[in-house]
Design a protein around this ligand. Structure first.
Ligand code: ADP
Ligand code: MG
Length: 238
């Protein structure tokens, strides 16, 4: 059974149809990138998957179970935003623990998860600092760490590297690839950066105007773009 299934998803904001009949199946452990120009609906689609917003039409299933009416907290997913969304008045370690403390996860287990994520992301030296005392790259690592400690079935990442400078983006890209290889979790990754999508994703979903133009492996999209738009976006000669 596929990990995540979107069936005929529609989302309207007022009279505007922002997501128009999107259907997609994502396999367990797959790294899928959503690409497309600004305003094409990438973030909206991710928020619908996360349960932060409800679709106007269609259904969302996780591991075969319809979760369309289920809230974000009960979907077993973790979202990482471009803006980090860290709590400025809390230390890094408090930011990592937040959201786990009032759950069934035991204190010792929380400690172990924080230690593990901090080691993996090399943020151990900063655990006592506040987000304001960190660089952009360090903050982004903390935001990813906060997702990791939740042990989600899937990570939803919305342009997580877009606030970083070019050099850092390249090194974080490699770290994300290593993370995916290690955690073997499903990752849905929104980006407007084709290179990021081409290097990281198992499959790429090209969106335009709220609709899917094409879904395929990076090589399929590069070699056989469905149309000029996809070709132009992926950067194959045409
Ligand atoms: P992307 O992430 O691809 O840049 P978005 O999903 O953020 O695109 O937005 C898709 C479209 O939906 C845009 O036209 C945007 O203005 C509109 N939109 C997004 N969120 C809202 C909202 N809460 N209310 C009204 N319109 C919205
Ligand atoms: Mg967006």
């Amino acid at each position: 059974m596929s990990g995540l299934e979107l069936r005929n998803i529609v989302k309207n904001f007022g009279a505007v149809e922002v997501i128009r009949d999107v259907s997609l199946a994502v396999n367990d452990g797959e790294f899928v990138a959503f690409v497309g120009p600004s305003g094409c609906g990438k973030s909206t689609l991710l928020r619908l998957i996360a349960g932060l917003d409800k679709p106007t039409g269609g259904t969302i299933a996780i591991d075969g179970k319809d979760v369309t009416a289920i809230g974000a907290a009960d979907r077993g997913l973790a979202m990482v935003f471009q803006s980090y969304a860290l709590y400025p008045h809390m230390s890094v370690r408090e930011n990592l623990a937040f959201g786990l403390e009032n759950t069934k996860v035991a204190k010792a287990e929380i400690e172990a998860r924080i230690a593990d994520a901090a080691r993996m992301l090399e943020i151990e030296p900063f655990l006592k600092r506040r987000p304001g005392q960190l660089s952009g790259g360090q903050r982004q690592r903390v935001a990813i760490g906060r997702a990791i400690v939740r042990r989600p079935d899937a990570f939803l990442l919305d342009e997580p590297l877009s606030n970083l400078d070019a050099e850092l983006r390249v090194s974080m890209r490699a770290e994300l690839a290593a993370l995916h290889a290690r955690l073997k979790a499903t990752m849905i990754y929104v980006t407007h950066d084709q290179v990021e999508a081409m290097t990281l994703a198992n499959r790429i979903v090209v969106l335009r105007g709220g609709k899917i133009e094409q879904v395929g492996t990076p090589l399929e999209l590069y070699n056989k773009p469905a149309n000029r738009f996809v070709a132009g976006f992926i950067g194959a000669p045409h």
